[in-house]
Write a protein that binds this ligand. Structure first.
Ligand code: EPU
Length: 423
């Protein structure tokens, strides 16, 4: 087990390059198995979730090669193998193998996904969509068995909640179904457009990605292609937060501004000083930040995944603010840790109430989930003294080379082996 040790208070200067998007990658990999020949993904982040997916692919007899952020996936000899337990349960995105194996083999046995605990994370909309396409689903002690007695047939599906996962899974399941599928109230996240771009290059016929109505015309066959993954908007937002907190001049490269417009608008409201470039954002030293309130929403609203990373910044502002996470109201595990570092934050039902300013001081804290970890890293950079973060494996699931990237801009952060951890 590892821990991160941060000596806070160091000013940050320099450049940080953003990787391909984690939440695209974890959907693109299962999408790639639908091809009948090799798919090459470029810009794949070097993160634990990718390695978990590679292990799952290898269990399915899919050949893979991952080097220098380029991932080759050759599903030519893929077999329909039940995956009730094991690696499949280690990450949330393994649920994409439900849609993908349904599409490829007309069947699948997939253990229910793990991933970050953010409160209840049901998959009822995924199941509803698969059933609507003609699949039979059985759930026995958390193992989902999918079969298609009469094949998959296109259908009209209205999503009761706007869900990234259910939208992508429905696309995966319907891409080779007979006839037309229409998804209404679809999620509009950039990652969905990325998955559809890959599938259309592979020969699929999907229109409307990025809007709330997606139309899919089933095709018989999909072929191998090369695809470059979009930049990770959440990784970008995380480093922008760190830069606003501690930067003298930090340039964040490989950013699509439109993907983080709502986040940047909030930082503007706080008085952060930024210059928006063509594919980069330059953050200047930002003093006298103003307190704000925010509410997370499905895209293009303020992303739930950036709610935790922006919270430490509010410690620099004067006054009272609130954060309301409408997607995951229980995504609050970072709050007691921030309070341990000197913050003054209360969780009041579904509302996080913040009172600033507060000078953070280093403390031992635990990253209970990925974005809580990002929040604590930023808090550690801001704090006086030493912060020791455990639960680092949660951070490494989604941030590649985080220590190297932060050290390159002047942070004093290192990863050390943690002999005493009981995990
Ligand atoms: N929901 C349902 N039923 C469903 C599916 C979702 O009620 O069948 C609810 C959820 O409980 C939640 C809301 O709908 O309240 C939205 O959930 P969504 O399905 O969009 O989330 P997800 O697909 O499971 C992805 C990301 C998350 C990110 C959310 C929201 C991946 C692998 N994960 O999860 O990313 O927070 O969308 O944008 O793409 C992260 O990167 O740290 C992370 C947790």
């Amino acid at each position: 087990m590892k821990k991160l040790v941060i000596q806070g208070g160091k000013p940050l200067t320099g450049e940080i390059n953003i990787n391909g998007a984690k939440n695209s990658t974890v959907a693109l990999i299962p999408a790639a198995i639908l091809a009948d020949s090799k798919v090459v993904l470029e810009g794949v982040p070097d993160i634990q979730d990718v390695y978990s997916l590679l292990e799952i692919l290898n269990e399915f007899h899919v050949e893979t090669h991952f080097e220098n952020n380029i991932l080759e996936i050759d599903p030519t000899h893929m077999q329909s193998i039940p995956m009730p337990t094991g690696k499949i349960q280690s990450l949330r995105a393994s649920y994409y193998f439900m849609g993908a194996t349904l599409s490829k083999f007309g069947e699948g046995v997939i253990g229910l996904p793990g991933g970050c605990f953010l409160g209840p994370r049901p998959i009822d909309q995924h199941i509803k969509a698969f059933r609507s396409l003609g699949a039979t689903i059985e759930d026995e002690y958390g193992v989902i068995t999918l079969t298609t007695p009469d094949g998959l047939k296109g259908s009209r599906i209205y999503m009761d909640v706007v869900s990234v996962g259910a939208t992508i899974n429905t696309i995966l399941a319907s891409v080779r179904a007979e006839g037309k599928t229409i998804i209404e109230n679809a999620a509009r996240e950039p990652e969905i457009i990325d998955v559809v771009t890959l599938l259309n290059k592979m020969g699929a016929k999907i229109r409307g990605a990025g809007t709330s109505v997606i139309r899919i015309e089933g095709v018989d066959q999909l072929h191998g292609v090369t695809h470059t993954i979009i930049p990770d908007r959440i990784e970008a937002g995380t480093y922008i937060s760190a830069a606003v907190a501690m930067g003298q001049e930090v340039k964040i490269n490989n950013v699509i501004f439109e993907h983080i417009e709502s986040f940047i608008a909030k930082l503007d409201e706080m008085g952060a000083k930024m210059e928006i470039g063509e594919d980069s954002i330059l953050v200047h030293q930002s003093d006298n930040l103003k307190m704000v309130s925010l509410k997370t929403q499905p895209y293009p609203g303020f992303a739930t995944d950036l709610q935790q990373p922006i919270t430490p910044l509010l410690m620099k502002a004067n006054g009272k603010g609130t954060i309301t996470d409408t997607i995951y109201p229980q995504r609050v595990k970072h709050i007691p840790e921030l309070n341990r570092m000197g913050a003054n934050i209360k969780v009041d039902g579904d509302i996080i109430r913040i009172e600033g300013p507060a000078q953070l001081t280093g403390a031992p804290v635990r990253a209970s989930d990925l974005r809580a970890g990002a929040c604590l890293v930023i808090a550690g950079l801001m704090a006086e003294g030493e912060t020791v973060i455990t639960g680092v494996e949660n951070i490494l699931r989604g941030y590649s080379n985080i220590v190297e990237k932060l050290r390159a801009v002047g942070a004093e952060i290192e990863m050390v082996e943690d002999d005493e951890s009981e995990e």
